[in-house]
Design a protein around this ligand. Structure first.
Ligand SMILES: Nc1ncnc2c1ncn2[C@@H]1O[C@H](COP(=O)(O)OP(=O)(O)OP(=O)(O)O)[C@@H](O)[C@H]1O
Length: 268
């Protein structure tokens, strides 16, 4: 009975209209094909992870999804419309939080910036800022400047600033790559619970195969030169995920081996 229900869920999910679609998307830059004929769809509320060897085009694919690049062939659509420029409902979290935050603004000031851009009236901003800082675990740090915060805290602040946009979609480019292992695991769980609570659609780029399986509903591995899909794996691990139990699950280990073999083969 339970198995049938799960199969029905999986079928329903597959039939859902995609939110983001790469339809034969190709991108040439400087005379070089960086991404070639990429076909990929992301369902509303899905958490999709992209992995691949360095230079295979992960960031470029994310920039196409963000509307920061226009494909030179094929199309990238968001909610059925060509993604030709950035949209407010699509927020991007970068690895380099140091560059993403304004050093002369406090934590509250950095979040306020996004609220100002969304034309939220001044009287509503303090309440929204306090709520966002609470959500990312920084309730007591509103008046701190980025330089007074640890790397993990700055990345939390960048996430809060993105959430201020009330995005339906988060594009995350190696957001935890520069953080230590413990901070990283804490932030993985926070991102999972924040995005699940708001049914946010996520494309998450990472070098870390374990991180991709731990977070994702699906993991896509890109092949390099030019970037294209080499492997696509559904992650059938129950949620909420657990840092110990999920990572020890036989299915986790099976997927990890499959991805590891894929990456190793692409390096030759
Ligand atoms: N503006 C550009 N002009 C020409 N080539 C570019 C440009 N941007 C990226 N590339 C090339 O495209 C390829 C893919 O780059 P991209 O940054 O998307 O890879 P990546 O998989 O994200 O790499 P990494 O894991 O190292 O961050 C690389 O060979 C890179 O040198």
């Amino acid at each position: 009975m339970i198995l049938l229900a799960r199969l029905d869920d999986a079928k329903a999910a597959r039939q859902q209209k995609p939110l983001i679609s790469f339809n034969g998307a190709t991108l040439r830059l400087g005379g070089k094909t960086i991404i070639e004929n990429l076909d990929l769809t992301v369902r509303p509320g899905e958490f999709l992870c992209i992995v691949g060897a360095s230079g295979c085009g992960k960031t470029t694919a994310l920039r196409l999804a963000a509307g920061l690049y226009r494909p030179t062939g094929g199309a990238v659509t968001f909610d059925g419309q060509a993604m030709l420029e950035p949209r407010r409902e699509v927020a991007i979290v970068f690895q380099d939080y140091g560059k993403a935050l304004l050093p002369w603004r406090t934590a509250a000031g950095n979040i306020s910036l996004a609220l100002e851009a969304s034309r939220i009236p001044a009287r509503e901003r303090p309440g929204r800022i306090a709520e966002l800082l609470r959500k990312v675990g920084l309730p007591a740090h509103a008046e701190k400047y980025p330089a007074e915060m640890s790397g993990g805290m700055q990345q939390r602040l960048q996430i809060a600033r993105c959430l201020a946009q009330e995005p339906t979609t988060l594009l995350m480019d190696e957001p935890f790559g520069a953080l230590d292992a413990m901070t990283r695991q804490g932030l993985q769980d926070e991102v999972l619970s924040l995005t699940a609570a708001t049914n946010t659609t996520v494309i998450f780029v990472t070098h870390d195969l374990d991180e991709a399986i731990y977070l994702g509903d699906r993991v896509v591995g890109l092949l390099p030169h030019p970037g294209r899909i080499g492997i696509e794996l559904d992650v059938n691990l129950s949620r909420p995920r657990d840092q110990l139990a999920t990572r020890e699950h036989p299915e986790f280990l099976r997927l990890r081996r499959q991805l590891f073999d894929f990456i190793k083969a692409t390096e030759h």
